[in-house]
Design a protein around this ligand. Structure first.
Ligand code: BDR
Ligand code: CA
Length: 316
């Protein structure tokens, strides 16, 4: 079993990721932490608990974390996820509550236990990286419990929140910069599952409509139907869910090492992940613009059909 933690702003596609992580037999979902992003933190928590309940995994610890980014207000995305973040779906919402502790404390505790046991955890941030920045700067010792970080965010190419910036990084650029710098300093390998691959794991409406017979499958069908409706298309990508696929079956993802920096100013480019795709094959440390300490594995291509099958066969 591969131990994982998801950090989410649930979100229709975070929900796709949660169903997969909660149900896949090779993943040991240690905890889910919540952060404000697609919607406000309170809705994120309810949505997360609701999805875990549908997956039959109310045993997974959930904690609420940062409600707002480090420097700017949260800017929700109701046009992408509906006003409540879960597409205002006709689905009973969980009445459970999250654990009493802060997300950063839950992350710390799980990762310290992992360091002690030697069973290192893969951290999968699918949201603004506010909780992760706070965690790595407050408790850097937790790096000993981390196998790697595989995050959804950023893009080598075009953005979505703006022409330059992807939503998760744009929402809290300072947190992303802090988290990525800290990970590099602490020696934690990082993979960026960005917009360059985000839309490429697509479920058709026909495939979605074949799902049913269990709460998980019913919810999975509704998630894809709602995303298709919002995107006005005959199917929809599982978005954040692809990053979880990449942890389960890394062979389906093509990555390349590149220096990466987060743009913190810029008139039109704040929040952009500047992926330096020049040829670094000779010597990554020769980057004349600074240390190569922000080198990450950038996802450049994904086997969308393989990951779609993985998702469909797990959430059903
Ligand atoms: C990312 O932002 C959110 O809308 C999604 O949940 C995903 O994490 C895509 O830019
Ligand atoms: Ca998300």
């Amino acid at each position: 079993m591969k131990p994982v933690i998801l950090d989410v702003d649930t979100g229709l596609d975070d929900a796709c990721a949660l169903l997969l992580a909660a149900r896949h037999p090779e993943l040991d979902l240690k905890a889910v932490t919540c952060v404000g992003g697609n919607v406000g933190l309170d809705d994120v928590v309810v949505n997360t608990l609701t999805v875990l309940e549908a997956a039959g995994r109310s045993d997974v610890p959930v904690a609420a974390g940062a409600a707002v980014p480090l420097l700017q207000p949260v800017r929700a995305a109701p046009h992408v996820h509906g006003a409540d973040g879960l597409g205002n779906l006709d689905w009973p919402r969980s009445t459970r509550t999250a654990g009493a502790g802060h997300a950063v404390d839950l992350l710390r505790d799980v990762l310290r236990a992992a360091a002690a046991s030697g069973e290192l955890v893969t951290l999968i941030p699918l949201a603004p990286m506010t909780n992760i920045a706070l965690l790595l700067r407050t408790y850097p010792d937790v790096a000993a419990g981390l196998r790697e970080i595989v995050f959804m965010g950023g893009a080598a190419g075009i953005g979505n929140a703006t022409a330059s910036a992807e939503f998760n990084i744009w929402t809290d650029p300072e947190a992303a910069a802090i988290a990525l710098n800290a990970a590099a300093e602490l020696g934690v390998p990082v993979t960026m599952y960005g917009l360059d691959v985000f839309y490429d794991v697509e479920i058709s409406l026909d495939q979605a409509r074949s799902l049913g017979g269990s709460p998980s499958a019913e919810l999975a069908r509704k998630l894809i139907e709602k995303r298709s409706e919002l995107y006005q298309s005959d199917g929809a990508s599982i978005g954040d869910g692809g990053a979880v696929c990449a942890v389960i079956e890394p062979a389906g993802l093509t990555t390349q090492s590149f220096p990466l920096r987060v743009e913190l100013s810029g008139t039109w480019s704040r929040g952009r992940t500047i992926v330096d795709t020049r040829d670094w094959s000779a010597d990554l440390s020769s980057d004349p613009h600074g240390p190569s300490s922000t080198v990450v594995q950038v996802a450049t291509a994904v086997d969308g059909a393989r990951y779609a099958d993985l998702w469909l066969s797990t959430v059903k």
